[in-house]
Design a protein around this ligand. Structure first.
Ligand code: AMP
Length: 476
């Protein structure tokens, strides 16, 4: 979804769905709660009771809105899907909250989407010119419109017809009067897993949502796969041209919950390995390793263990300031960093400190924290980042800004070091990032990622988005 107010695509989201169980909406609420890290702006659930669809969508956190029997009694039925959406200003309008629902000629159709389409503009233009009326500014609505307009007879064929017209990243959970459907785009950029709770199939963005409701992990939904769940069967089809899987590397670096399983390991394990690899590549004489919490904690543990420099909680994070608080204007964002982090002086004073974080985007967090640590009496502050410099924006569903706001896109290492105010700044190499994941970018037999944030290699064409961004910038 493109937000013209902030010049950004903003669709960090989480999706969940469960089929055929008495407490579908309660379990969906719990699943969404565990996916809250994927989006805090709003949450929604659509349930189906055998006759009617019911929808509740609320701005704010899952726990603040879906916390009472009154709300949950508005969501009866044995099947439900849900969605959490990223927090930001701009187009944070209630109508953009998901799941989106439409009464199509073939019946009700609810859709929850994680990811970002890259040909939204051209498809929407065509649809509008042919008479479609849009109620939201969400790219997900395009999918509903394309399904509605498809000339195919069966619902699944209509869906495939629609999906073949869209480009981009999408993990979808769809609910109809007979089916729960999971879809992962041909490259599998955003995650989606299949599980089972006491015989009821479950779909979710991450395994942490399965753990939350005591569901068993069955397998990942494969790239380009559509899973169709009905009363009697779970069927899998792969209607797209097969391409190698390219999941987003940033899920493992920053986005996914540390306790979620990816492959046979938890995300925490990968992040710890990233920290170990960072220590292998950079030896810095220091007294303490301090994570920027929470994002840098796993990597800092790995860094500390590998370098044998003691790990200390030199920065304390307030858990009462969510990402929600940090509004995307630069002045407020700077204030937000102070609200979020404070220094634990006793670990810092007169020490040579290595701060560790998982990534630098604009550099706001890093520069604030380096300053705070020096003010607390550190002798030296070094900053280690457990991924390569983010040089390119994401257009596939992770909220990163345009080129002109990405510090690594605008500055070289020396300039960045000065901007963040550290004595030294070091990043993990791309080869080291792959190595920490147990992969090798030069060896396609090992799993490959989309690493466009670091390399600018976008597996799905983003020229339409770049073109629109260029026009917006020229107008300014
Ligand atoms: P910045 O302060 O703009 O440099 O952002 C870097 C901080 O935000 C780091 O602590 C990251 O863990 C975190 N971060 C990285 N990517 C994102 C993202 N897409 N959305 C929100 N926060 C992020």
């Amino acid at each position: 979804m493109y937000c013209k107010d902030t010049d950004r695509y903003m669709d960090e989201c989480g999706v969940f769905g469960i089929f055929g169980t008495e407490e579908a909406s309660v379990l969906t609420t719990l699943g969404l709660h565990s996916l809250q890290h994927r989006g805090q702006e709003g949450a929604g659930i659509v349930s189906f009771d055998g006759n009617n669809f019911h929808s509740v969508r609320k701005q704010g956190l899952v726990g603040d809105n879906f916390n009472n029997t009154n709300i949950l009694s508005q969501l009866p039925g044995k099947t439900a899907i849900g969605h959490v959406r990223y927090s930001t200003t701009g187009e944070s309008k209630p109508e953009n909250l998901q799941p989106l629902f439409a009464n199509l000629a073939i019946g009700g159709f609810a859709c929850a989407h994680n990811g970002n389409l890259t040909n939204t503009y051209s498809i929407k233009k065509k649809l509008v010119e042919s008479g479609s009326i849009f109620q939201t500014s969400s790219d997900t609505e395009i999918i509903l419109q394309l399904v509605a307009k498809s000339k195919k007879k069966k619902l699944i064929d209509k869906l495939i017809d629609a999906l073949k017209q869209i480009k981009g990243a999408y993990s979808l959970i769809i609910l109809t009067n007979k089916k729960l459907i999971g879809v992962r785009d041909p490259f599998g950029i955003r995650p989606l897993v299949l599980g089972e709770k006491d015989g009821s199939p479950v779909l979710a963005s991450e395994t942490c949502a399965l753990d939350m409701i005591g569901a068993k992990y069955i397998r990942d939904v494969e790239n380009g796969e559509i899973i169709i769940i009905t009363e009697n069967s779970t069927e899998s089809i792969k209607p797209f041209k097969r391409v190698p899987e390219r999941p987003c590397i940033f899920e493992r670096i920053y986005f996914a919950s540390p306790d979620s399983m990816v492959g046979k390991k938890t995300v925490y394990t990968y992040r710890k390995s990233l920290g170990e690899q960072l220590a292998k590549e950079n030896s810095v004489a220091a007294d303490v390793v301090v994570p920027i919490p929470d994002s840098g904690v796993s990597a800092a543990i790995g860094f500390s263990q590998k370098s044998s420099i003691p790990f200390e909680l030199g920065i304390i994070r307030s858990h009462y300031v969510g990402r929600t608080f940090i509004e995307p204007s630069q002045t407020i964002r700077q204030f937000g960093v102070k609200l979020k982090h404070s220094v634990n002086k006793s670990c810092i004073e007169n020490k040579k400190v290595i701060l560790i974080d998982d990534s630098i985007v604009r550099g706001t967090t890093a520069s604030k924290i380096v300053k705070m640590v020096y003010e607390a009496g550190a002798k030296e502050v070094h900053l280690g980042i457990s991924c390569p410099p983010i040089m390119h924006p994401d257009f596939y569903g992770i909220d990163t800004p345009n080129y002109n706001e990405l510090i690594a896109s605008q500055s070289d290492l020396n300039e960045m070091t000065k901007l963040v105010g550290a004595k030294s700044l070091f990043f993990l190499s791309l080869a080291g990032t792959y190595k920490a994941m147990g992969c090798d970018k030069r060896n396609p037999i090992t799993p490959q990622f989309t690493d466009h944030c670091f390399t600018g290699e976008y597996p799905i064409d983003v020229s339409e988005i770049l073109e629109i961004n260029k026009k917006i910038n020229e107008k300014r």
